[in-house]
Design a protein around this ligand. Structure first.
Ligand code: SAJ
Length: 401
């Protein structure tokens, strides 16, 4: 079995590596020559614990090689990004470009799978493009959609152990894709059609976004009502059928803060809660920035000097060095722009240096600051003792215990 992975990013590369480790001969294709070169040298260009060792193993064994062009294979996987165009409209042009690239290589009996997060109907659209170009392959190749659902930081385990949803354009296509994934997935493979599988991916991340929005809305209400939101959620969750997530400084990353728009763009009238959740989670970051700005003004009025402010954390979630779409980065930038007299110390213990922010060690920043804004619940911050002599803005529950 030989498979071609189109896209060596955060999902394509780990999936290609795991498939190669399970004996499938892999050609990983990327349009970026640097990514291809690094991959062939066994160097991981993404951040994922334990993955580089696996990459080196499969490169040395010769089961994985990277290239800028595909090779004739038995299966093709589209794992490229689906960014936005215009006002949060999904842009499927990368999926289409990757599909068009593999069309000349397709032959009877091949499997073609889209893994990229995609708006509903994308697999049907790509099917049409394929058969328009190669009408002789109609009913002779297998086409399916199979989304990934791994959590960054735990990819090696989750790629193998998570259940997966597989939706073919025909039941034969579903079966063929199941056969492929069963070579390395130990979780259960659930059969459906392509549209449902596409919607399932969007639903999973929208569901989490809506649940986080509920927690974030509670946090803003509790702030006004002078109630500790962490205690409140802990108590409410003692109910056997209540399970509220944790509020934070907003929702970041490339998935939860993005995928709901793939539903709202296509179903604007119907997706009321999903759209509102996006608004609430975006607003939460703005609200946190305003809280810091107001704390600074109050400090100036009270002490007649500008305070030192520590912005604690830049990553999009705790204990990672991934800053993509991080609300903490947005809040820090906004505070720096509006408090240009204040001495602002930016802290991110998981990153050595940053091209925009001058970073300060977390202990030093905590010691020096008059106002401390906890943006991300990194483990380092949880060891800091609560200091009554500082203004502490705990947006992520550092001191919830
Ligand atoms: N967050 C909160 N409160 C919470 C949980 C998370 O504010 O209680 C915030 C985080 O701080 C972060 C954002 O949400 O800013 C997203 O973090 P996350 O851990 O919820 O999710 P991601 O983006 O790392 O990964 C998600 C996962 N999806 C779901 O949990 C439904 C993962 O399984 C998907 O594979 C991934 O999106 C993806 O690639 O789609």
């Amino acid at each position: 079995m030989k498979a071609c992975f189109m896209g060596l990013g955060y999902i394509g590369l780990p999936t290609a590596i795991i498939a190669a480790k399970h004996g499938i001969k892999i050609v990983g294709v990327d349009i970026n020559p640097q990514v291809v070169e690094m991959t062939n040298q066994g160097k991981l260009h993404i951040i994922e614990p334990g993955m580089e060792e696996l990459l080196q193993e499969v490169v040395n064994r010769g089961t994985l090689k990277a290239s800028i062009t595909p090779e004739e294979s038995d299966a093709y996987f589209i794992v490229v990004p689906t960014p936005f165009k215009g006002n949060h409209e999904p842009d499927t042009s990368y999926v289409e470009a990757a599909t068009r690239t593999v069309i000349p290589y397709l032959k009877e009996g091949d499997l073609f799978v889209i893994e990229s997060t995609s708006p509903v109907g994308t697999t049907e659209m790509m099917t049409k493009i394929i058969f328009d170009e190669r009408p002789e392959l109609k009913d002779k190749i297998y086409i399916a959609y199979c989304p990934e659902r791994v959590l960054p930081g735990n990819v090696i385990h989750e790629l193998v152990h998570n259940d997966r949803v597989i939706g073919g354009i025909t039941s034969q296509s579903t079966e063929k894709a199941m056969e492929f994934y069963s070579r390395f997935v130990q979780g259960t493979l659930h059969k459906t059609n392509a549209r449902t599988a596409e919607m399932c991916k969007l639903t999973e991340n929208s569901s989490r976004d809506v649940q986080i929005a509920f927690a974030n809305e509670l946090s803003v209400i509790c702030d006004k009502a002078n109630i500790n939101v962490w205690e409140l959620i802990n108590l409410a969750n003692k109910h056997p059928r209540v399970s509220i997530l944790q509020p934070g400084c907003g929702v970041g990353g490339h998935c939860i803060a993005v995928d709901p728009y793939f539903i709202t763009a296509d179903f604007p009238m119907e997706s009321q809660i999903i759209a509102k959740a996006r608004e609430i989670n975006n607003y939460k970051a703005f609200w946190c920035a305003e809280k810091v700005e107001n704390a600074m003004l109050r400090f100036e009025l009270q002490y007649h000097r500008t305070p030192v402010i520590a912005m604690m954390g830049l990553a999009f979630k705790p204990d990672i060095d991934d800053l993509r779409e991080a609300p903490a980065k947005y809040i820090t930038t906004k505070v720096m722009q509006s408090c240009n007299n204040a001495d602002i110390l930016v802290v991110e213990p998981n990153v050595q240096e940053h091209k925009v922010f001058k970073l300060t060690a977390y202990l030093e920043a905590y010691e020096k600051a008059d106002i401390v804004a906890f943006l991300v619940a990194h483990k380092e911050f949880k060891s800091l003792p609560y200091r009554e002599d500082k203004v502490i803005l705990d947006f992520c529950g550092i001191y919830k215990k």
